[in-house]
Design a protein around this ligand. Sequence first.
Ligand SMILES: [Zn+2]
Length: 277
Amino acid sequence: MSTSTGGWHADEDLLSRYVRGDAGPVAAASLEQHLLRCASCRDRIAAHVPVPLLDAAWERVRDEAVAGRPRRLERLLVRLGVPAPDALLVATAPSLRTSWLVGLVVTLVFVGLGAAYGGDRGLTFFLLVAPLVPVAGVAFAYGPDADPSHEAALATPYPATRLLLLRTAAVLAASLPPVLLAALLVPALSWTAVAWLLPALSLTAALLAASTWVRPTVTAAALGAGWTAAVTSASRAADPTAVLAPALLVAYAVLGCLALLVLALRSRSLTTLGSPS
Ligand SMILES: [Zn+2]
C-alpha cells in the first residue's frame, strides 16, 4: 500500500466538518481516500470524534454488514469454533455469498462437461478455469472491491492479515472441493485431475503476497492473463497438459513458497490498515 499523500493533509476545519457530516459528498469521499493512506490524519481525526459517535459508526457498519450476510455460514463458522467477530467478517465476503457459489457450480458443470466430451479443447478449458477459481474467489473476498466489510476492517483496528487469511481459508474450503469433484468425475483428466491444485495454490499465494501492494482484483486479472497465455500456448503446441509438466509443478511449488514468505514479511503493512500505528 502506498504511503505517499502528495504533501497534502486535511486541516482541522475539514476534519471537524467531516465528523459532523457537513463536509459535502466530494470532500468527504476525497478525505476518506486520504485517510486510507495517511496515519497522521487518522490520528488527528480521532480528536474530533466524540466516543459515542465512534460507537455509532461501528454499529452502522456492523448493521450494513449484517444486512447482506449469509447468516447460515456465520452460524456454521461459529459452530466450527471460529470466534464470533471473525465469523461475521468472514461470512460477509462477497465471494462466499450464495449467488457466487451458485455461479461457481454452474460454471463447473459446463467445464466438467467440456472436459468429458470436448476432447483437447475441453481439457484446455478445464485447465484454464480450475486454477483460477480460487484466485477469483480470494480476489473478491478482500480489499476495496469487496465492500462493505473492507470498511468494517478499516473502521476498527482489526488485524487485516487475520481477515485476509481467514477469508482465504474460507474461500479455498468452499471452492476447491467442487472443482476437485468435477475433475474426478471426468475420466479423461486422469492425474491432471489433482495436479492443477499446485498452480491453483501457487497463484493464490502470489495473489495474497501482491495484495500487500495493489488491490487484489488487479493482481487476479494479471495472474489470470498470465495463466491463460500459458495454457493457450501449451494447447497450441498440441498438449495443454504441458502446463502441468513435473518441472513446472516444482516451479509452482517454489514460487508459492516464495510468495508466502513475501506475505509473511509484508504482513506488517497490512496490519496498519485502520489502526493509527
Ligand atoms: Zn494526511
